[in-house]
Design a protein around this ligand. Structure first.
Ligand SMILES: [Cu+2]
Length: 302
């Protein structure tokens, strides 16, 4: 009697947990739908992609999720089977087998095949992210203890420093978010290839914007770069992702993707200038056509 009661209580508990989880999932899905750039509460998946790089990262992540789920289910099933079928009670006289050629070949070859299936798209993705296309806009990003400064060399040396907004100054009516919103967001145009040249002035920081699929170290004395081509307007947030001192948590990144016209207006309002429409933009040298030999320095003294 008691055991039946316990079982039904347990079943009831399990069912209520399951239904609560399903409700949570449906609420999260409903929240996720309208504003892709919004920071979700209790997120359980990657932020929605705003650039092709992040779209590919998300696809790759989802593919890996299928593979690891299959492996976990297979290994768990094997373990359960062994525990039930071959425990001391069920199997009192164990077999003395020590080798099985077919099994040994299989458990070597199958993981190798799985690793190849993972490696090929992984390298493709790495090359896609690492090779900067010809930029239509270049932004130099410098990490400082503890804020970020930005320079727009194409727009009349436009530059500014972006700092987090203190709790007492936060204005939620403007959609400002604690430890994410900044006093001067980075503004970039939509559907434009942007190259971020990233460095630091003091210690190592990391410029990371999840929706853009960017996370690149900002190293003093070094120039790293990452590219993005946002295809949706909106506000995207990131954070310094390399522990850089006591203010590490206080150097958020806020990027506003706006239309090209709004961007031009913003640049002029900030005292910068737009490059002339007929300006000659030098084509980036494709990697395959880069000169193999280094140019010989001219040593003639005149
Ligand atoms: Cu930092």
């Amino acid at each position: 009697m008691i055991s039946t009661l316990t079982v039904s209580l347990r079943t009831g508990f399990f069912v209520s947990c399951l239904s609560a989880f399903l409700v949570f999932l449906s609420i999260s899905a409903a929240h996720a739908a309208p504003d892709f750039s919004q920071i979700l509460e209790w997120p359980y998946k990657l932020q929605a992609a705003a650039t092709p790089a992040m779209e590919h990262i998300t696809e790759f992540h989802n593919m890996l999720l299928y593979i690891i789920t299959g492996i976990v289910i297979f290994v768990t099933a094997l373990l359960l089977f062994v525990m039930v079928r071959f425990n001391a009670k069920a199997n009192p006289t164990p077999s003395t087998t020590t080798h099985n050629v077919l099994l040994e070949v299989l458990w070597t070859v199958v993981p190798v095949v799985i690793l190849i299936v993972i490696a090929v798209p992984s390298f493709k993705l790495l090359f896609f992210e690492a090779r900067n296309p010809a930029p239509e806009l270049t932004i130099k990003v410098t990490g400082n203890q503890w804020n970020w400064s930005y320079e727009y060399p194409d727009n009349g040396e436009l530059s500014f420093t972006s700092t987090y907004i203190k709790d007492k100054d936060l204005d939620p009516t403007k959609g400002q978010k604690r430890l994410l919103s900044t006093d001067s967001p980075v503004v970039v145009p939509v559907d434009t290839t942007i190259v971020f040249e990233v460095t630091a002035s003091d210690v190592i920081h990391s410029f990371a914007v999840p929706a853009f699929g960017i996370k690149i170290d900002a190293v003093p004395g070094r120039l790293n770069s990452a590219w993005a081509r946002a295809d949706k307007t909106g506000t995207y947030f990131g954070q310094c992702s390399e522990i850089c001192g006591v203010g590490h948590g206080l150097m958020p990144i806020e990027i506003k993707v706006v239309t090209k016209d709004e961007f031009a207006e913003w640049v002029v309002a900030q005292g910068g200038s737009m490059p002339a429409a007929d300006a000659v933009v030098p084509e980036a040298t494709p990697v395959a056509e880069a000169p193999v030999e280094l140019p010989v320095p001219n040593t003639d003294k005149k």
